[in-house]
Design a protein around this ligand. Structure first.
Ligand code: DPP
Ligand code: ZN
Length: 895
């Protein structure tokens, strides 16, 4: 594969001011006429050679200013020599949407046409300088059979519709905003919509639509509400409004990613649109709100200001992830909804709950990426296939980097930076440096050291030591930054500017006032402060400290780093009970459990029975019984660190030992706290109509966690009865699915019966059937029945297809990425299955194949026996792989 390097960036040789596209849509042979007004770019190196990218296109004709012109097809596109200074180029091409299984470019799903152009899909639609710094005004005419394709949509505003001969009709769309080709979209087919007209903050009427297949119309309300809330929130928080007269969301069931922010015509995976209480879980409701928000917020951070090149991807993704996280947190806290005292009381904890969930995800997935062969900076230096760089580093770590600006500059300072960014760059394709400059200039700050967050890969460590001097009443914290070794990382390891929030907790559990040596005493004491670490080693000397404190470090996870501090178990239990920072309360519990689990896993790997200290159980019991804590928060604390997270904490991981250790602690917590779990289960049963509010969702989550613990008991008859009853009476998918999970965990005939019942009940709901597959693929194995056998059986099920990414993920990824003990069975059966599926997907849908390939990239983490088998599977794939997507992943893994 050729390597593309950031340093090779050169401005485009030609600019395209307008693009006029005409489509004659036929599933097996679509004709596209593309008329472009082109001029030489005065800021680029002079050339008369126009190079356009194109893939899987048949060129029917090419003409310049109305005269046929010579052109040469190349491996990557089309070349036309001796072009004038300015000209009109018209290309007529043909493509085959029905044969397009990559779901990139123009394709057919359930008989309808859809497009996906990010990052490089437009070149499958027409020959074009398919790069984000070429921005054009698009006019699009769609022509198709009216009966088969009654709805014809594209970006911007609808300007004309009408009938044609032979039962065809047309629609013409104009998007007044210049945009890069990756934001182009069209949709054609049999679709229905719900719509609502709202008045925006400036008093203008806006038409909002959600388009779905007719039978899904009853599942659109939540997405539409989420869109309205997103619009209101962006007006309020950032002063940003909707710039088009209409905004459309279209749901498609075959989609590689979550959703796509095409200008005015967002295209979504159905998974992030469709919801009604009977079919969608609380998590689905929350994800829909987050993704609708994310794509809507891209309209400013991504579309109005876009990326100069794909190395700058995090410019739009990190920023938009940060925005969607803030939106979700505000929504959870009751902002933008009908208020009520109960909501307001929960404000602090709702923000913390969202923060904990986001950080948990970041640490489990992004920290692992940073430690493996695909490690890359937030602004990568090179790539082979850009689709492989839509990563948790670009998105989630990028979101953390944006959050750090806000932590360093304050909310108002951050807003001032955003305002300046839009004043300077609206309508442009820019870089991460431009964003940083706007933040710095608006706040008169020098943020040059902050650039290292973009250029250096790897997860920094901050090792902390504390020393209390009772005579001097001082407490000294020494903080040392470093990077762990990862041979895949070639970037610098210079000290970063780390915002590091600290509190000191006194023996009664309250925070002590913070004053550094040399600072004047202030009348209003400060209990939590952001310190800026800029050197390899920083020493903070606190004065007037009456007693030895317990440090509360990196409050609210103020930077994406690993904190190393040698807490005692007693200190962790103390912070879990008392820390005023909810994030660090949760963190203390996780540290306590992680330490116990790792010790138990090491014991299990040696063949010993894992045992746990009563102190761990007692600390959890206190939280479980603490009714002053929100249920959602208790549920997070009482959820043990995941197996994937634990694997990352070990140098040599044995997934089976980790699974057994975690199961042992679950069983111990179940048995020791049985009465509490039962009480919590009963206390958090909700009566009445389903509402997806964070408060209600929190009660359901805690109740269902209690059920999951109770089914671990040796005598689970009581839990089985609860699960059966819950399954039968549930008025929502969260409860029904949790009950089904409990029954499947118990196994036997009852599990079989419930699974069959569930399947029949939701046979016509693909997103629910995805859950049905996923649940079975993720179930623990039994000695006589390894899960791989079940997975292979389901693979042959009539409802299974590799073609649909959601379905493929629901079965294959749930097994390979979420059932670690079973996937890593010592016989290598999981790896053989993995290799088969990567190879099958590679020929069909390289993007999905590459994602699956990544589930083996951390093979060096495991025991030598497993490593050897994993390497063999990787080499087997490497020998036959065809796509550059999978090739890049496998080669890097083996390097
Ligand atoms: N740009 C999309 C998103 O992150 C990814 N296809 O929303
Ligand atoms: Zn995005």
């Amino acid at each position: 594969n050729p390597v593309i390097s950031r340093h090779d960036y050169a401005p485009p040789a030609f600019l395209i001011d307008t693009v006029d596209l005409e489509f004659d849509l036929l599933a097996d042979h679509t004709i596209t006429r593309n008329r472009m007004t082109i001029r030489r770019n005065p800021d680029a190196v002079f050339t008369r050679r126009l190079e356009l990218m194109g893939e899987e296109l048949e060129l029917l004709s090419a003409s310049i200013d109305g005269h046929a012109c010579a052109s040469q097809l190349t491996a990557t596109g089309l070349v036309i020599d001796d072009v004038p200074e300015t000209f009109e180029l018209t290309l007529v091409t043909a493509c085959k949407p029905a044969e397009n299984t990559s779901l990139s470019g123009l394709y057919v799903s359930n008989g309808n046409f859809f497009t996906q152009c990010e990052a490089e899909g437009f070149r499958k639609i027409s020959f074009f300088p398919d790069r984000p710094d070429v921005m054009s005004v698009y006019t699009v005419t769609l022509r198709a059979n009216r009966e088969a394709y009654p709805v014809l949509l594209s970006n911007g505003n609808l300007v004309e519709t009408g009938m044609l001969e032979d039962g065809r009709h047309f629609a013409r769309w104009e998007d007044p905003f210049r945009k890069p080709s990756y934001l182009f979209a069209l949709v054609a087919g049999k679709l229905s919509c719900v719509e609502e007209t709202i008045t925006d903050a400036s008093g203008q009427r806006k038409l909002l639509q959600v388009w779905v297949e007719a039978h899904d119309l009853d599942k659109t309300r939540h997405a539409l509400d989420s869109l309205i809330h997103s619009i209101r929130w962006d007006e309020r928080r950032f002063g940003l409004g909707l710039d088009l007269d209409r905004f459309m969301i279209v749901a498609v069931s075959d989609f590689n990613m979550g959703a796509m922010e095409n200008k005015g015509l967002n295209i979504f995976n159905t998974k992030y649109v469709l919801a009604r209480p009977e079919t969608a879980t609380d998590a689905d409701y929350a994800n829909i709100e987050a993704v609708v928000g994310h794509e809507y917020f891209h309209n400013w951070t991504g579309n109005r200001i876009t990326c100069r090149d794909w190395f700058q991807l995090s410019l739009k993704e990190g920023l938009t992830v940060f925005r969607d996280q803030e939106f979700s947190a505000d929504m959870a806290a009751g902002e933008g909804n009908s208020g009520g005292a109960a909501r307001l009381r929960d404000t602090g904890s709702a923000h913390a709950t969202k923060r904990i969930e986001d950080v948990r995800m970041l640490r489990q997935t992004q920290f692992a990426e940073d430690a493996g062969p695909m490690a890359h900076p937030v602004r990568p230096e090179s790539y082979q296939e850009i689709n492989n760089f839509y990563t948790v580093t670009i998105y989630e770590k990028g979101g953390e980097v944006v959050r750090m600006y806000q932590t360093l500059l304050g909310r108002e300072g951050f807003r001032a930076g955003m305002d300046l960014y839009f004043r300077r760059h609206d309508g442009q394709a820019v870089t991460c440096d431009d964003f940083r400059a706007a933040m710095a200039d608006a706040n008169q700050r020098d943020l040059s050291q902050f650039e290292r967050w973009y250029s250096q890969a790897g997860t920094p460590r901050v090792a902390v030591r504390g020393a209390y001097d009772p005579a001097a009443r001082t407490y000294e914290l020494t903080l040392t930054q470093s990077y762990p070794d990862n041979p895949a990382i070639k970037t610098a390891k210079d000290p970063l500017l780390i915002p590091f929030t600290i509190g000191l907790v006194g023996p009664t559990g309250t925070d002590l006032p913070l004053r550094l040596d040399g600072e004047a005493a202030t009348s209003t004491p400060v209990f939590s402060r952001v310190f800026e670490l800029t050197e390899t080693r920083t020493t903070l000397r606190f004065v007037d400290v009456p007693v030895e404190p317990v440090p509360s470090l990196l409050r609210d996870f103020s930077a994406p780093v690993v904190v190393e501090y040698d807490y005692t178990d007693a200190q962790l239990a103390f912070l879990l009970a008392h820390d005023s920072d909810p994030f660090n309360r949760w963190e203390a519990g996780q540290r306590l459990a992680t330490r116990a689990l790792l010790a138990a896993a090491r014991a299990a790997a040696r063949g010993a029975t894992p045992t746990f200290d009563a102190a761990v159980v007692d600390a959890y019991g206190l939280v479980l019984r603490d009714h002053t804590l929100a249920p959602a928060f208790r549920e997070l604390v009482l959820t043990l660190p995941s197996e994937a997270y634990l694997i990352e904490q070990l140098d040599v991981a044995d997934p089976d030992a980790i699974h057994r250790a975690r199961q042992a602690l679950r069983r111990q917590l179940a048995g020791a706290l049985r009465a509490d779990w039962l009480a919590v289960y009963q206390a958090n049963r909700l009566l009445g109509d389903y509402r997806p509010t964070p408060q209600d969702a929190g009660c359901r989550a805690l109740k269902n966690l209690a059920l999951a613990y109770l089914v671990e008991l040796d005598d689970a008859s009581e839990a089985a009865a609860l699960a059966r009853d819950q399954y039968d009476v549930a008025n929502n998918m969260t409860d029904r699915f949790a009950a089904l999970g409990a029954l499947v965990h118990l196994g036997g005939d009852e599990a079989r019966t419930a699974l069959d019942h569930f399947y029949r009940m939701f046979e016509k709901e693909p997103l629910v059937i995805d859950k049905w597959f996923a649940l079975q693929a993720a179930q623990p194995g039994r000695p006589d029945v390894p899960t791989i056998g079940i997975v292979r059986g389901l693979f042959a099920h009539q409802a299974f297809t590799l073609r649909n990414p959601n379905r493929a993920r629901s079965l294959i990824f749930s097994f390979c990425a979420a059932n670690l003990a079973e996937f890593h069975r010592p016989d290598g059966s999981g790896y053989a299955f993995w290799a088969e599926q990567v190879i099958a997907l590679d020929a069909m849908n390289p993007q999905v194949a590459a994602r699956l390939a990544r589930t083996l990239e951390r093979w060096r983490k495991f025991t030598p026996a497993l490593q050897q088998k994993m390497r063999a599977a990787l080499e087997q794939v490497n020998a036959v792989v065809r796509s550059k997507d999978v090739r890049e992943i496998v080669e890097k893994a083996l390097a």
